[in-house]
Design a binder for this molecule. Structure first.
Ligand SMILES: Cc1cc2nc3c(=O)[nH]c(=O)nc-3n(C[C@H](O)[C@H](O)[C@H](O)COP(=O)(O)O)c2cc1C
Length: 182
């Protein structure tokens, strides 16, 4: 399958609609991934994102060792993987292997991509304003790709054909059902 390379100045459009993502990181030995709902575009050029991470997570610990990650953007088809990554901790072992969540090598960073995603933004950590129990990781995109058809002819995510997951809280997600053009 030929993935679509996304121009970096436009890669914010992979997250502009606010989907939950799976953030993969590495401790230098193995890739781990956690669910992250608190993530948003933060700057257009250079393309940057802000993600809130719990200090207790293995993901946060990994970014201290290797300040890079992949923002994996899943669709509804990957709900099971989102729940595994969002409810188990990499501190307790290799949850990706235990749940048979496949990875594929990234192009520019050491953490692997998750095959279950529909688009990927490879990024490095460039800053980290800290709160009490969390940090806001400032991420700068290095490379972005999407599966064919995910991005429509206007350069926007086709949420009707490739519906993303939008976290409402608890284990409930909204899934886009309509699009209006103003
Ligand atoms: C839908 C969903 C969204 C989540 N969003 C966040 C988030 O924005 N930031 C965060 O630190 N944890 C978030 N979590 C919790 C982590 O994914 C969870 O604590 C995970 O087990 C951490 O894994 P790790 O220790 O392997 O990094 C979310 C969990 C779920 C299920």
């Amino acid at each position: 399958m030929q993935l679509q390379t996304i121009d970096l100045p436009r890669c914010y459009r992979l997250l502009n609609h606010g989907p939950v993502v799976l953030l993969s990181t590495s401790d230098g030995t193995r890739t781990n991934a956690c669910a992250v709902a608190w993530i948003m575009p933060a700057e257009l050029d250079p393309p940057r994102f802000a993600a809130v991470l719990d200090h207790a997570s293995k993901t946060y610990a990994n970014t201290r060792v290797a300040p890079e990650c992949v923002i994996n953007v899943p669709t509804v088809d990957a709900l099971a993987e989102v729940l595994v990554c969002g409810t188990r901790s990499g501190h307790d072992g290799d949850k990706l292997a235990a749940a048979h969540i496949a990875t594929v090598p990234s192009s520019t960073v050491r953490p692997a991509r998750l095959e279950c995603a529909a688009a990927w933004i490879e990024a490095r950590v460039i800053g980290e304003p800290a709160a009490a129990d969390t940090s806001v990781l400032l991420l700068e995109a290095l490379f972005a790709e999407a599966r064919p058809g995910v991005i429509d002819g206007d350069g926007l995510w086709d949420v009707l054909r490739h519906p993303t997951l939008h976290h409402l809280g608890s284990y409930r997600f909204a899934v886009p059902g309509s699009v209006r053009t103003a």
